[in-house]
Write a protein of this length. Sequence first.
Length: 125
Amino acid sequence: MIGRINEVKTDLFMETVEDTCWHIDSMTVIESGCIGEFQQRYGFTKYKTISETALCLIWYFKQLTKGVNCNWDRSTNRLKKEEIESAISILSSKMRNELVNADFLAPFLKQEIHRLAHPLSGKPL
């Protein structure tokens, strides 16, 4: 997985970001690839999409609060604020759907995951 993460990072640095969904997919691999592999390998697959979405969403919120031009990450320097906001919107919607459908989570855990993954929204689930 480490090799795959490095490959995706290299592609992200070298390619022009033309598609928000492609960038989200790339950041999901980079931000949660090892955790997702662990979850897959050791029987925690029902948590995988929630953790992938949450980690990616946290990354985009962090970029938004840092300011796009302040980040050392070359992939972010090429992103416009609108693209980051679009990614947050896409991922927020995905996270809401995943949490609503996560019958295996207690309601307080759903709220806590939502709170952690949406630090700027301040909106309840």
